[in-house]
Design a protein around this ligand. Sequence first.
Ligand code: BGC
Length: 767
Amino acid sequence: MKNYLIHDEWKIIEEGFHPQYNKVSESIFSLGNGRKGGRGNFEEKYSGETLQGNYIAGVYYPDKTRVGWWKNGYPEYFAKVLNAANWIGINITVDGEELDLNNMIIESFQRVLNMKEGTLSRCFVASFKDGRKIKITSLRFLSIVSPEIGAIRYSIQPTNFSGKIKITPFVDFDVENEDSNYDEKFWVGEYLENLGNEGYLTAHTKKTKFLVCSGMKYNVMVDGKEHAVHIENESRDKYIESTFEIDTQKGQEVTLYKYGVNTSSEYFNKSRLAYESKELLNEAFETGFDQLLADHIAAWAEKWETSDIIIKGDVAAQQGIRFNIFQLNQTYTGEDERLNIGPKGFTGEKYGGSTYWDTEAYCFPFYMATAPQKVARNLLVYRHKHLGKAIENAQKLGFKNGAALYPMVTINGEECHNEWEITFEEIHRNGAIAYAIYDYVRYTGDKDYLAQYGFEVLLGMSRFWSQRVNWSEHKNKYVLLGVTGPNEYENNVNNNFHTSNMAVWTLKYTLESIDFLKEKHSETYKSLCQKTGFDEEKETAKWNDIVAKMYFAWDDERQIFLQQDGFLDKDLTPASEINPAERPISQHWSWDRILRSPYIKQADVLQSLFWFEDRYDNDFLTRHFDFYEPLTVHESSLSSCVHTVLAAKIDKPEKAYEMYLRTARLDLDDYNNDTCDGLHITSMGGTWMAVVMGFGGMRVRNNKLCLNPILPSGWSGFSFKLYFRGVHLLVKVTNKNVEIDNLSNMPIEVEIFGKDVTLKDQISLTI
Ligand code: BGC
């Protein structure tokens, strides 16, 4: 755990340079705008520890996997979102010596991520070996108004000398992925233009043939006045630079305004890509840095208006939650249903930028409650678009008749995870996708979604479950064999509670959806049956049978569902007894020892109880929590949020807060020592759930928004906003009362602490 960043409500501040944590800082100071993003790298050369990273949404490469032991059905490749052109580069040379913080004496240094405004700035003074000091002040942002555009203001000031300063802005497309399996480079240069203060590079990806253009254009000011410079351009394959020299006087400030453009064939016609990039860049150049920045800040203000959470009396907690919200908003903006959320967003390469069940299980509620409805809807449509591939995926594994198995990891709908126990066995992901459809319909009331897209997906998944279970003569029940639940520290288990529960629930929900469609969309239903060859009578007869006769392992003595068959045979010593020097066990124990142990990586049975808590009373939930939580090592960042929400629900506020602390500042404090690889973006959605569903007690029941807030003891109050069925609400919790403001022009009935109240338009209610 690290504690080197200054606590502040709106900013992340690194005071003094910490080169030993530079890769951690680069992740934390990342910028993104939903369409592209990059790590908090320096503009100028840095020869110390760094991971240069710039990523463009949807642009990937199918890298060969390194699995030696191939089996039928293994995916051919592991998709990777590609490290793309470094467009931020500005190299500085003073009388032949390069500015490189790794080789200089740093007099002062500050790096700031301004979350309110969406900018990254640095200010430092550093001296060369001969004592000449130089001051750099920089500010950069990736516009959330014009997503192809980024801009940098970079000022250089010789503080104790006069002399020649050479400045070289550049764009470097000759980049590689740190995680490339065979050290292969993935970009092939195509078009290059480099003239005066403007230049463009176009490259395509091998195999996938995405075309990307990155360009730069700049101007220079000296002491606030436009300054003409003599430029020398140099180009080579996938690289352009442009150099000029300025004779500076001591104390004079030279400012370079560098504008960058990044476009891809996902959004522009390939044959016009360079032309369109030029147009966009020149438009940004004409608009100017200050105006672009002002527009960008105004757009961020709108995002904060609907998604901010305010925590009073605890600056560290306030900073933590805002950081999570900021990164979620930087990662996914919801305009394009082809895009999704990678576990690391645009902040690193781990997990390949691909989509996991994380989106539906942990991120979905955040976007649903804080952004316009189409944002969450687009996340669902993303899966609908991949239905054909999910059916193919199931076919490859031997399933028939339109059965759909969504991939555990994907970028284009194909499975690309290469560990068999996850690829073939972690099928509960299908359940998460079904649950998100249900959650969306329940939250927004948009039931018609089922007719348009939802039913087809549910049908494919129900067909899968009905073929994946088998009848056990011995048990006289249906069973689900050879699966891996969310707890990846157990593989190939039989009758994992969560997986079986999701299977049965999906069948039931699909049956309910059929009733709804028959009643309200009978024509659409008929044509969907035709399109999918759905034999309702025959297929649903089997589904009903499974629903009635599914096996769940149950312990009579403890009155709990068992995580899987045989769980009680394990040595059930609680995780608190593990030698702290051996934690995390994933880094200290052999895989074999982990598999035999009772230790649970992340919520598994409890994941189901979290989703379906309405079925059970608090005693039931408490019994399960008290049995499973002590065996849980929380070695996935996705674990604590579920435990926070459940602990708050079963009246264990201290446990809820303890769990919350593990997720709230996970990256800011580098809790798991792995922030250098990138941020835990999907777990940030979980942190939002921990506050709003955990401490806020927000649920939807019987078409009504229900709130049951508690206040963590270290906070003097907190507030959050929610969109709910066309109404915008502000919920404020203090140690004295709960106040709910209806910010819309429409009355709404909500349930607070179990009582129904009607909130009239623009009226606030204090309880
Ligand atoms: C977790 C999975 C998750 C993946 C990506 C793993 O460590 O166990 O549940 O989908 O990380 O975040």
